[in-house]
Design a protein around this ligand. Structure first.
Ligand SMILES: Cc1ncc(COP(=O)(O)O)c(C=O)c1O
Ligand SMILES: N[C@@H](CCOP(=O)(O)O)C(=O)O
Length: 385
């Protein structure tokens, strides 16, 4: 029903316990016979497992009822119908849950006892939650002092063994890939092609909820798995006859962590790593995205683009969303920040908001100030109202 294929040399593999091509080292992707798709995109019962016929699992899934996130119309100063898909309303508060429900199920299916990841925070929070649910041991490597409090709290509370390294995310990922190999841990970063399959359901849900494909989808980009997965979702929908056109995939990076933006501007299909990435959006503080080649293919093939936004633009978009009742963490607001910079002529646009406001309470307090404190009496309070 499905197999793994190298995106570089095209070789097919039936062994599921590989992350990259044993022949050329290229990234892998899951290839489906989409004629098996048995769902209707009619807006009913929108949840991730509605699309099971295009998800690569054979056993009952480990689920916390992820997916089915709202698609909110928003009012912004752009001449288009703009929607925000609020992935921050998934069980652990980010889109990673879509990947983990599939990835952790696959770990069980393959008989693995322990899972591992490197993380800027959300991957670890989600992996810890789903592995707790599945009864698997979880190991996390993260950049010391650079993970938002809410995410760290989740990984700790759900029982992961959390190791903070003196180094950035890119170093952590290199180390966890090596340690997973040595210790037989199942790696659940986005280099795992099965995990990305869960994330492609964002595309399925957008079409399910809108009733058609939008003209463009703006996606925050860090390790670049999500934009690649969403694009693959649209490709499968087209191949299966659900849509005619693929939306333009528009990746948005932070100025201080922009290797894919740089590659795009230079018309290249691979990146030069950014040595010391820095941005207020710690979730996308990544200098050597593992999925860069998949992401650039998604952008070029869909006639999209990659934009960069400043930290100020990110915070401004975050506040704009908050004023419309949509609470997101900084990285999530980069998609809207990108749209606001763009001189486009789209009719319908979807911005992906990737994570919840509560993930990074320290950043929120820094940019929104502290409450006014007064004595506990009516006249003092009245003065302020
Ligand atoms: C909140 C948030 N937004 C965006 C991203 C970037 O996604 P990707 O790494 O798939 O590009 C991440 C982490 O990966 C994240 O946690
Ligand atoms: N932002 C990510 C970084 C890791 O990305 P992944 O998709 O490869 O797991 C995180 O939340 O850790």
């Amino acid at each position: 029903m499905y197999l793994l294929r190298c995106i570089e040399c095209g070789e097919n593999f039936e062994n599921e316990l590989i992350y990259t091509c044993p022949k050329c080292g290229g990234l892998l992707e899951v290839v489906f016979d989409v004629s098996n798709a048995d769902f209707r995109l009619d807006g009913n019962n929108v949840t991730l497992w509605k699309y099971r016929s295009l998800l690569p699992v054979r056993i009952e899934p480990v689920t916390l009822f992820e997916g089915g996130t709202p698609l909110y119309p928003v009012d912004v100063d752009v001449d288009a119908r703009v929607f925000v898909k609020h992935e921050g309303l998934n069980p652990s508060g980010s889109f990673k849950d879509r990947g983990m429900t599939v990835g952790v199920t696959k770990a069980l299916e393959l008989g693995m006892k322990s899972v591992a990841c490197a993380s800027t925070g959300n991957t670890s929070a989600s992996m810890a939650m789903y592995s707790a649910r599945a009864g698997l041991r979880a190991y996390v490597l993260l950049p010391s002092g650079k993970v938002a409090l809410g995410k760290l709290a989740q990984a700790m509370m759900h029982g992961a063994r959390v190791i903070a390294i003196r180094g950035n995310f890119d170093v952590a990922l290199k180390l966890v890939r090596e340690i997973s190999e040595r210790k037989g841990l199942y790696l659940l970063n986005s280099v795992n092609p099965f995990r990305l399959e869960g994330q492609k359901t964002i595309a399925f849900e957008i079409v399910d909820q809108l009733g058609h494909a939008p003209d463009a989808v703006f996606v925050p980009v860090g390790n670049a798995g999500n934009i690649s997965a969403i694009y693959k979702g649209f490709l499968e929908l087209r191949e299966a006859g659900y849509i005619d056109e693929i939306p333009k995939m528009i990746g948005v990076q932070a100025e201080g962590a922009n290797p894919i933006y740089r590659a795009f501007v230079e018309g290249k299909d691979s990146i030069e790593p950014v040595e010391n990435p820095e941005t207020i959006a710690t979730a996308i503080r990544i200098g050597a995205p593992v999925n860069a080649r998949k992401a650039l293919r998604a952008v070029y093939s869909s006639k999209g683009k990659v934009l960069q936004v400043s930290d100020e633009e990110i915070v401004s978009a975050q506040k704009m969303l908050a004023k419309q009742g949509i609470g997101v963490e900084p990285a999530s607001a980069s998609s809207l920040a990108g749209l606001l910079k763009e001189d486009s002529d789209f009719d319908t646009v979807v911005c992906i908001a990737t994570g919840n406001l509560l993930k990074d309470p320290e950043e929120v307090m820094r940019v929104s100030g502290t409450p006014v404190e007064v004595d506990a009496n009516i006249s003092e309070i009245e003065r302020l109202i």
